[in-house]
Structures are given as C-alpha cells and as structure tokens.
Design a protein around this ligand. Structure first.
Ligand code: ZN
Length: 286
C-alpha cells in the first residue's frame, strides 16, 4: 500500500560511475558496478549501556548489554540506498563521558562518510535514504543525506515533524524536512523488483520499518532496526514494557512468519553478538 507523494523515477542515479574525474571530491575508490544487489554493513558506533531491565531482561540473561550501531548500504543496479545513519560522525575522537544520552554512552571510531568513501560512494551518489525510525542513534548523520530521496512511512514522518516531536533531537534530522520524499503506509518495494523491501514494523515507533534484502548468494536478510535490540529478546520473548501495547508483538509475529516464508536471516542491529560475526564494510554480502 504505497502513497507516493513525489515521483522519484527521474532522479534515480545509475550505479555506474559516469562522473568525470574533475567533478566533485576526489575519489579513493571507484563507485562499484553491480549486476545484483550488494549489501555493506558499516560500523556506525557503539553504545555502552547497563540497564537491560528497560527491555524486561536481567543482567544475567543478556550476554552483553552494550549495543552495536550499524548503518547499511545497498548498491542495486538501479541505485543506492542508505539504511540508517548511526551515531553522529562528530563524536569521533571525543571522550565517552561527553556524550552520554539517557544512560547510553556513545562511541565512534570512524565516520560514516569516510567508510562510504572507502567503498567509493559520496553522499551525492546515494539515491535513497531510509531510516528504521527517528531515534537519535539512527539519525545521527541524517542531515548529511538530505540531498537523497527520503523513503519514509507516513506515520514516522508525521511524528518526526509533528507536535510530539522530540525538540532535543530534532536538529539531528531537521534538514530532512526539505528532502524530496516518497511517503508510504506499509511495505515499500524500493527498486520495484522485490529485492529490496522496507517492511512496516510499527511498535517501537509509530512508523518503524525493517529492511529486507534478497541477495543472490547470501539469500534473504532482514535488517531489524529496533524491532529487537538484544538477541535475548527474541529467544526469551521480551520487549520494553511500553511496546507490549504499541504494536511490537504483532510486528514481531508478522516478521517471524515472513522470515520463515522467505527462509531469511534476521540481523539484529544492536546485538553485539550478531554484529561481531558480520563481514564489515568495505567487505560486502551479495
Ligand atoms: Zn536504536
């Protein structure tokens, strides 16, 4: 069920690198050319945290209460999608104590922008930006990608710029107000061929979405967003108390069915036990 408010077809950039060398910033790597989708897992920071009770888990039940913060880049023959923007690049080199937000200590060792450059991608090359949801650990660099077409659930857009928006964190993504947008309600097939689909998984926030990517060799992968935080939430059936009545149980049930039907893996972004074992950018999955 898609309600496109602006047509983006004309703006889709080719994944082929056709720009003359004299244009734009100097490149360290050529823009990759692909014939099937390629998925990069980018380290967008770490959160130190020691209060798993917020997720109705005890310290003893969780192997590691700290959280990884990934961003993901999908290079498709028809364009490039950035999914989530992580913790702010401005945190690189800053001490942990300077940046504790709600009990979460934020650590960044490398910038998103720099890791994209290592792949051969500049912000101007990115056709689409999508975020799983508006929380600060997912939109830390959103303003840098406001020139891309923003793919958003209507419910999330309405919340982000509505009267209940969080004034402390709104500046992190304020420039998206001026982005070209594709606004939809429900699942959204990004390139129209079924290989890259934003899955509507409300509950954590009103318009939360996960990302399904169908890869030629790896198979189906779902990037969770914050549908789950800890892997133990999935095995022990726990969630933040307030999400019990906000849609998360239904979204999780639907997702588990989808994973089974498609034989897909679920990669829980904030789970260090999952993140540790993934191939990181500039390596990739295809
Ligand atoms: Zn998060």
């Amino acid at each position: 069920m898609a309600v496109a408010l602006s047509c983006a077809a004309a703006a889709i950039a080719s994944a082929a690198d056709t720009r003359p060398a004299s244009q734009g910033p100097p490149r360290l790597a050529p823009l990759p050319r692909v014939t099937s989708p390629r998925l990069y897992v980018i380290d967008c920071g770490t959160l130190t945290y020691n209060r798993p009770e917020d997720y109705q888990l005890t310290r003893e039940e969780v192997a590691d209460t700290n959280m990884s913060v990934p961003c993901y880049l999908v290079i498709h023959p028809q364009g490039i999608l950035l999914f989530d923007t992580g913790l702010s690049d401005s945190l690189v080199g800053r001490p942990l104590w300077e940046n504790v937000d709600g009990g979460y200590g934020q650590i960044r060792f490398t910038t998103l922008r720099g890791q994209l450059a290592d792949i051969g991608v500049t912000p101007a090359d990115i056709t689409y930006l999508a975020i799983s949801h508006w929380h600060w650990d997912h939109v830390g660099n959103a303003n840098d990608y406001a020139g891309s077409i923003w793919l958003t659930q209507k419910a999330e857009l309405d919340f982000m710029f509505g009267k209940h928006a969080d004034p402390v964190h709104l500046p992190l993504y304020a420039r998206l107000a001026h982005s070209r947008k594709e606004v939809f309600e429900g699942d959204h097939d990004v390139f129209g061929d079924g290989t890259v689909i934003l899955k509507f998984t409300p509950g954590h926030t009103p318009g939360h979405q996960s990302l399904y990517v169908k890869l030629k060799h790896t198979g189906g992968v779902v990037l969770s967003g914050d549908l789950y935080h800890y892997a133990e939430e999935r095995t022990l059936h726990r969630m933040p108390k307030e999400e019990e009545t906000s849609g998360t149980p239904q979204s999780r049930e639907a997702m588990e069915r989808f994973l089974q039907q498609t034989g897909s893996q679920l990669w829980i972004g904030h789970s260090t036990s999952v993140f540790r074992n993934l191939v990181k950018s500039p390596g990739w999955y295809d």
